[in-house]
Design a protein around this ligand. Structure first.
Ligand SMILES: [Zn+2]
Ligand SMILES: [Zn+2]
Ligand SMILES: [Zn+2]
Ligand SMILES: [Zn+2]
Length: 249
């Protein structure tokens, strides 16, 4: 069921309204158990609507001739488009185009991703990894704006990611500044138009994590005041219990 939910969410742009999952896939207690016990799923609020967003810690390995590591040995262009400009060159591509090589199978199985298609895996990595896409510039979204003419973060309106917005900021990933940075990261033109959802999901995950760590800090403070003499083992137990708390609303 866990893989079924993961694939369903990835086939629906990486985030699905929680009630849609309950309507189409499983009952509340099954979904709640899967989300609580699995780091792949995170409940996030999108303009007040709870959605389940998926992510994974698996990374692409950038090392040439890597002897073995915990990352996927796969060409980024191949992951993104199933094609690579170096395929027909004399030297060929230095990275693997085999998603199901022995090494990759071990890594994919370890993270429970072995049955995902290339397109599903691609979306999962785009919204979970921080080095595949350039981040959005927070200064640009502040009142004073970003004055760095060589800024390496996207000058895109953050509000527009989740709603219609008609402010003066850029709402187009094909505008010169974002387009150049995305091209520098070798994001193909055909994919750029569909990035709005990926960035909205990344932003929702970031906010949910921030909220979680704030909650944990508050709990720590509360415990420090209430139980000044509690042993660290007891504290760790209650702290991990706190992290497991999740609501599927
Ligand atoms: Zn490696
Ligand atoms: Zn390649
Ligand atoms: Zn900037
Ligand atoms: Zn705007």
């Amino acid at each position: 069921m866990e893989t079924e939910i993961l694939k369903y969410i990835l086939d629906n742009q990486g985030a699905v309204i929680t009630s849609d999952l309950l309507f189409n896939l499983c009952n509340t207690s099954t979904l709640s158990e899967i989300i609580c016990n699995n780091d792949k799923f995170k409940t996030c609020l999108f303009n007040g609507t709870p959605k389940v967003v998926v992510r994974s810690p698996v990374k692409l390995c950038w090392r040439k001739d890597c002897p073995g590591c915990g990352g996927l040995h796969l060409c980024k262009s191949f992951l993104l488009t199933e094609s690579c400009q170096f395929t027909y060159t004399r030297r060929g591509c230095i990275f693997s185009h085999d998603l199901h090589s022995g090494h990759n199978e071990i890594i994919l199985t370890k993270f429970g991703l072995e049955t995902l298609s290339r397109a599903q895996l691609c979306l999962l990595l785009l919204q979970s990894n921080n080095n595949l896409l350039p981040p959005i510039c927070h200064n640009y979204n502040n009142r004073n704006g970003c004055e760095d003419t060589s800024c390496t973060r996207l000058h895109i309106c953050e509000k527009f990611l989740n709603s219609d917005c008609s402010c003066f900021r850029t709402h187009d990933f094909l505008a010169p500044q974002p387009l150049k940075l995305l091209q520098d990261k070798r994001i193909p033109a055909c994919m750029i138009r569909s990035l709005k959802c990926v960035y909205a999901n990344k932003q929702a995950l970031w906010l949910a994590d921030k909220l979680n760590s704030r909650r944990n800090v508050n709990t720590t403070r509360l415990q420090a005041t209430t139980y000044p003499t509690s042993s660290s083992a007891a504290f760790q137990r209650s702290s991990s219990k706190q992290q497991k708390t999740c609501i599927i609303a």
